[in-house]
Design a protein around this ligand. Sequence first.
Ligand code: NAG
Ligand code: NAG
Ligand code: NAG
Ligand code: NAG
Ligand code: NAG
Ligand code: NAG
Length: 348
Amino acid sequence: MRTLGVLTLLSAAVLLCSAAPGLEPLTCRKVNSSVAADKAVHHINEYHDHGYKFRLHEVQGNSVEQVDGGCNVKLQLDLRETKCHTINPKPFEDCEIRSELARAVKANCTVLMTIKDGDANITKYECDTRQEKTNLEMVRICPDCPVLLPLNNSEGLKSVREATAEFNKNTSNQHYYILKEVGRISTGYIMGLGMNYYPEFALVETRCPMGSRIIIEACVPLCPDRARHAFCRSSYSSQNGLLSTECEFYPAENTTALGPGEKEPVCGHHGRRHPHGHGGPPPHAHDHGGGPPPHAHDHGHGSPPPGGKGKGSFHPLRHFHPCHGFLVNPDPALHPICPWPLPHRTQN
Ligand SMILES: *[C@@H]1O[C@H](CO)[C@@H](O)[C@H](O)[C@H]1NC(C)=O
Ligand SMILES: *[C@@H]1O[C@H](CO)[C@@H](O)[C@H](O)[C@H]1NC(C)=O
Ligand SMILES: *[C@@H]1O[C@H](CO)[C@@H](O)[C@H](O)[C@H]1NC(C)=O
Ligand SMILES: *[C@@H]1O[C@H](CO)[C@@H](O)[C@H](O)[C@H]1NC(C)=O
Ligand SMILES: *[C@@H]1O[C@H](CO)[C@@H](O)[C@H](O)[C@H]1NC(C)=O
Ligand SMILES: *[C@@H]1O[C@H](CO)[C@@H](O)[C@H](O)[C@H]1NC(C)=O
């Protein structure tokens, strides 16, 4: 009897371990929509590597269709953008959601999931990412609240360049940093100061030692796992120039010191920083969805494919084509959640 008791306990422990920590496993007999939604939001954040992390606001609907050997689950999820940029190592669950007056962003996602043999897999999702209130609606609620500008707004980007130059005067840094991505740019008119710009942007540490006489913009980033990152908020007035810059630093994932005479590794454009800080990339990180691998990451339009921070990340100023143009009518002021898997591009 005693042996049996131990066995039961052991198998219960094994069952518990096989599910996500703290969550009951998903079965077709009983689809717990909050457990399913949690799995979906983890997946979405794992593949979302521009802009900000998202959190679940509400499960708006779910339906289950029984199929041979399992079931297909469809979820309608309402997500909200958090204040954590994707380079922030904080788990999305711990990130604060933006308030309405701080120009909140919502994503309405349709997620398809398959449950088979006790394994739940996301197979597809599409999201519509929008500002919670349009500029017109906001003006009525709060005429003095900031408005979001398109991410390639010239004056907004000028303020980012000045803030980055200021950042690079900090001699506590070992290396220069360059712009990785502009997260959002808000703006507002202030009496006596003219237009004010409040950009948020991500910087990445480069190979160029602090103090070297070089054109900083030409510096090449350290490999994604060896680079420190910084996330900055600054303010800039069209009349008085840069007013303030505040940054938080995120340590490199790999802080192993190089041996004597060892050079910084060459990582090419395929190095990536895994969003959850585990050793390697997750399976299918460079996969656009089960099909053949994408052609060499030659997209070069400021939006590398999900799961791959390609060369394009470092030229965010030129164009802005989120999700490689696969979205209909995206808001140019936001980093949307891209559909997954991304449809295959047949030609450039
Ligand atoms: C769904 O799962 C959550 C977390 O495991 C639990 O708190 C909740 O009671 C479950 N809901 C149902 C309807 O089983
Ligand atoms: C979310 O998207 C679904 C499917 O496109 C649509 O039916 C639904 O009305 C949308 N919900 C909201 C709140 O916009
Ligand atoms: C679900 O994903 C896991 C790991 O990615 C894989 O091993 C398994 O075969 C998948 N199951 C289904 C039903 O696709
Ligand atoms: C300068 O950089 C260090 C990290 O290298 C940081 O801790 C410090 O806050 C920065 N100082 C300013 C004024 O930004
Ligand atoms: C850290 O970087 C060094 C230098 O490139 C490399 O030899 C080492 O394997 C890396 N460690 C991990 C855990 O990736
Ligand atoms: C911003 O990007 C859009 C789309 O790529 C483009 O049409 C527009 O001209 C760009 N604006 C600026 C100021 O570069």
